[in-house]
Design a protein around this ligand. Sequence first.
Ligand SMILES: Cc1cc2nc3c(=O)[nH]c(=O)nc-3n(C[C@H](O)[C@H](O)[C@H](O)COP(=O)(O)OP(=O)(O)OC[C@H]3O[C@@H](n4cnc5c(N)ncnc54)[C@H](O)[C@@H]3O)c2cc1C
Ligand code: SF4
Length: 1008
Amino acid sequence: MPVVIGKRLDSTTQYDANSFTGRSLTTMHTLSPMPASSHAKPVDSFPQAVELEKALSRDVRGEVRFDRGSRAMYATDGSNYRQIPIGLVVPRDTEDVMAAIAACRKYDAPVLPRGAGTSLAGQCCNVAVVLDFTKYMNRILELDPERSFARVQPGVVLDTLRNLAERHQLTFAPDPSTHNRCTIGGMIGNNSCGTHSLLGGKTVDNIEELHILLYDGTEMTVGPTAESEVDLIIQGGGRRGEIYGKLRSIRDQYGDQVRARFPRIPRRVSGFNLDELLPEQGFNVARALVGTEGTCATVLDAKVRLIHSPQHRALVGVGYRDAFIAADHVPEVLKFDPIGYEGFEGSIVDGLRAKGAAKLDLLPEGRGIVMVEFGADDPEHARSLAQQLIDRLKEGPHAPNTRLYTKEEARHVWSLRESGPRAAAFAPGAKPQWEGWDDAAVAPEKLGDYLRDIRKLLDEYGYTGAFYGHYGHGCIHMRVSFDLQSEAGIRSYGEFVERAADLVVSYGGSLSGEHGDGQSRGALLPKMFGPELMNAFREFKAAWDPHNHLNPHKVVDAYLPTENLRLGSDYKPHEPKTHFKFLGDDGSFANAAARCIGVGACRKLDGGSMCPSYMVTLEEEHSTRGRAHMLFEMLQGEVIDGGWRNEEVKKALDLCLACKACKSECPANVDIATYKSEFLSHYYEGRLRPLRAYAFGMIDQWAGLAARAPRTANGLSNAPGFNQLLRKALGLAPQREIPRFAIANFQQWARKHSVPDCDSQCSHAAQESASDGREVILWADTFNNYFRPGTSQAAHEVLTDAGFNVRVPQKHLCCGRPLYDFGMLDRAKKYLQRILQVLGPQIDAGIPIVVLEPSCASVFRDELANLFPADARADRLRRQTCLLSEFLAKAPGYQPPRLSQKVLLHGHCHHKSVMKMTDEEALLRRMGVELRTLDSGCCGMAGPFGFEKDKYEVSQAVGERVLLPAVRQAGPDTIVLTDGFSCREQIFQATGHHAVHLAELLQIALRH
Ligand SMILES: Cc1cc2nc3c(=O)[nH]c(=O)nc-3n(C[C@H](O)[C@H](O)[C@H](O)COP(=O)(O)OP(=O)(O)OC[C@H]3O[C@@H](n4cnc5c(N)ncnc54)[C@H](O)[C@@H]3O)c2cc1C
Ligand code: SF4
């Protein structure tokens, strides 16, 4: 029975030549008028969802989730589109996939296979049952270095395969920028390419066999097929014979059209790969299925080709006057046989500069920058190839600027290329930019002219969008400032993509040169291929999936580019009143929650800190993207209802460690820690929080009380009976030790040692001495004051030795960091107001405030500005707050004491995200220590998080990823250094190792 969900476009009405008025159109194919509502609506459109869920739950061993939260999270991919899925299945293995598809078949439910969901053309969202392969079906089944192939499950992340292959000097050549999270299944779906497609082609060129499952339950393995074998298969009959018969007649009927109309360029990704069925290609059925975007068959596993990986690389940066000239020179550079050839426009560098990106000075001067990589097994050979190019480019009157990079520099330059364009699109003041016309390709020798023409077209429509991408293959990306929120804007977008498609076709190019057709380009394909080949595509799809159950209405008979938009003209999210001001998002929480563009960088597992809980659970709901999508949907109120009181949103946010990594590592700077605080503040409005919120959130108060009789407090909290009661009441993990209060806290010590305080009566003196630049306030944070006063004492000694007059606040002041974890924002604001009042004279006098605990410093550097953006004193406090390393690094004439010592450095998440580790590392190097900085992400403790019983396991798993094993492996001659109180606690409780704060290390060096 044919599927009726969604809109099936009739080919006779779809290509209506007169549908748009206004600008003149250049070809016969134009799209239908824009639908009345461009914003995706149907939520519960599948009538038998309840029965289907029951059947799936019964038959599938993996997870089956039809709850609104799961559906909300999978409603979009990296594209502009949004369709609410019927439900989600996370299969454990091949049998599970079979069982899931069998159940779907029983209820006629469409199916959408999914990898990391980083697709950009809308092919990875649909009203369907989503099969997510990433959690369980992510194994490399076999890697044969002798015969250079691997067999992999669809959920294997590309880098996992590449890392294993590299041990044998092999690689899987196509490497999208998303290589650290995109899956082989998704790459096969999209026929993905990347920088090193120049070396080894597109995904299609690297697939040897596919083991597939059809919607009707047929399972088969397909690959190249000799003509005699094709005959035998057809004679053998059955479903397989039927399909091969149909494929052969498609080949015979349309073969000449394919030869004539398929562009012969390196990056033809649009359309189905019918060319692979031609006799000259060996009737390669596996390769014909590559790029079908989940519309024909589900890949269960794949045999992929591995090629030799040149062991040494040399990278040249070339700066031309502009992007057009850079493109004009592609044929000249290609003569040197590079293995990678990428580029971007100068405006991307401007955007990165506005965001304070590091290492931009590595880029050569020029507004059209390209990077050309050479590879060889001999390092000298690779460098000499690079040098030959440089020498050649220096000839002639308008020689571009060139640079040859070291290995380390090349790593930075590549990361600027990979994440820079999207990060730059979120530069302050930048207009929102969208995919939609982002990966067309032409022959490399025509690239310069194409770019000039597409720029003219962009200008005609008043759009901005910077060029970047794969110069060597003639494939250029751009995110464009389309207005996808007004009728006129969407109409204009529809017109633009038609004109752009006409332009590309006039160049003999491909509408998609990389990301696939999906919904962005599906309806435009007739322009490129003509009606006959469109029929061939339709027949191809029908051979595999006759009733259109697999990812329906993508690629062929596709939804219009203007349908199912994530925003759309009727996008009217709820705009709640908030505590945080979200000025970077025009004061709108809805805008903040809509920041996530789905690139999925938060799904990486190979380093960095974002997102610790995802790294150990592999659950989309624990990724920054999953959480952002939940909040986005909450404000729409269609899939997620109940607003701030919604339990599914709360659950998704529950395992966020508030590490703030996403704020700096996500290219869109999604800031879930802040959104979580905001959410919790409303979730608990008018009702009591769990007891532990008051216990941990207000720890400063309890610590202040305990300080009156610390021995009694310690005795009581560890007394048998009471200890158990306390743990039960607060939901503490039995494995955790409750930290002990210090017998004498730092403020008491400071009083005893006559350290001057900074209460208002001495404000006059403070103002006077501030002017000599030697006055400094040492912040007595709750943790280092009440639990580890030795750290603060060490800092006092170090600062005094450096010639500063150290003052310590003697009144009870707390930045309120733990309050944010529980959304106690009213109280948090009061804490900050009190600080601004008590320390007002010192702040106004410009006295720096040295904060030892990074999570406290980040309150002043981050939350404070978001809560009180218009308060001048708050802004001064933000600017005057620094960590010890930041303060000393900038202190004029300061010479740190030398120490000959191995140091293993772990950065607290807020240190890495808000303050950065640069000053800390620079200071340590100046001390002369043998430094090793860990790429350890989060320690897993994150304030109260790791103490909570229901989070203990995740907390441990996060710590065990990198940090804790590294600490255990560190020899006795190594000092483990980290400035976070939580990090030190996690290290101690898990390994028994006492890590030190920078202040303590400096003190050791001073006393040495
Ligand atoms: C920032 C950014 C940069 C990008 N850069 C590049 C780039 O350089 N080069 C490039 O080619 N692409 C790029 N892309 C697009 C995308 O990342 C790639 O196409 C990637 O390979 C998709 O992998 P995925 O696991 O996310 O697939 P998904 O998006 O999950 O799926 C892709 C398609 O494959 C289908 N599919 C998934 N699994 C299966 C299966 N088991 N059986 C059948 N079909 C399946 C899906 O239905 C879907 O149609 C980029 C995207 C982003 C967001
Ligand atoms: S704050 Fe940290 S834990 Fe929370 S979503 Fe962002 S990256 Fe993940």
